[in-house]
Design a protein around this ligand. Structure first.
Ligand SMILES: [Zn+2]
Length: 265
């Protein structure tokens, strides 16, 4: 700090008071205080026990140090000028004050719509050209409106169900791009657990997502009456017809933490 360079370092957790990460900055003194002060230097420290491999957001219970990628993105959010957003029903964003920060489909870490809106406010405008300004994603998480924080959309549990019966799945989709987008939305189930396995479509429709928004909703569908009995996973995919050119095409599908044991009854 104070050498005029923006630096990122891994440090012992104890040296940052047990936190996952910390961003510290210097501001220009000539205009301090006021709206027009600006960062002259910003350094990021990350706890050196963090790991950076993608984690599956469908399942809760990862340890705190498995969230390195989201902590790094959070600290760089500070570098760009965003403040911590403390946890409440509206803070479904990387700038949440506490870990874990949310992940998107395909277990990717990226700015969430509220983060993108903040950067849009600070730096203005939209990246010109549709693809760099366009991205939809699916997530298995949302913020519980009752205030218990970031949770998975449905609990990790296997439910026995009869073929032909009705079932409900709660899904989250988001648009962290700068443009409003309408695309296909598909809910499907398969017995392989592989998102690339097209399985059986159980619900399909269209979603219109305004820019910088998320939507969590419950969908009701019927378990197909001719489905082979067995264990099935649910997936939902936004841009399900691949008609939207996006800057991240790998975050459109996610699986539900919940699965079902389909019984012939
Ligand atoms: Zn922070």
């Amino acid at each position: 700090m104070g050498n005029g360079r923006n630096e990122t370092a891994r440090v012992t957790r104890s040296s940052i008071n047990g936190k996952n990460g910390r961003a510290t900055y210097l501001t220009s003194l000539c205009v301090w205080p006021g709206l027009y002060s600006h960062f002259t230097e910003c350094d990021v420290k990350l706890a050196d026990d963090l790991t950076f491999a993608p984690i599956d957001e469908s399942f809760w219970g990862w340890t705190n140090n498995a969230t390195g990628a989201s902590i790094l993105l959070h600290e760089y959010g500070h570098v760009l000028g965003l403040d911590d957003m403390h946890n409440n029903s509206s803070n479904f964003n990387i700038m949440r004050g506490n870990a874990p920060q949310p992940w998107a489909g395909g277990n990717t870490t990226e700015p969430f719509p509220d983060d993108a809106a903040g950067i849009g406010y600070l730096y203005g405008g939209r990246w010109p050209g549709a693809i760099w300004g366009t991205n939809l994603f699916a997530s298995a998480q949302f913020i519980d409106p009752l205030g218990s924080g970031l949770i998975t959309t449905d609990e990790m549990k296997i439910f026995p169900v009869c073929r032909g019966s009705q079932f409900k799945v709660r899904i989250t989709i988001g648009n962290n791009g700068a443009y409003d987008v309408t695309s296909g939305l598909r809910l499907y189930m398969n017995d392989t657990g592989n998102p690339a396995d097209p399985g059986r479509t159980v619900w399909s429709g269209t979603a219109t997502m305004p820019h910088w928004t998320t939507l969590t909703q419950q969908l009701t569908f019927t378990i197909p009456s001719n489905l082979t009995p067995g264990l099935y996973w649910f997936f939902w995919a936004i841009d399900s017809n691949s008609t939207v050119a996006e800057w991240n095409e790998s975050d459109d599908t996610v699986h539900c933490a919940m699965s079902v044991q389909v019984v012939a009854c």
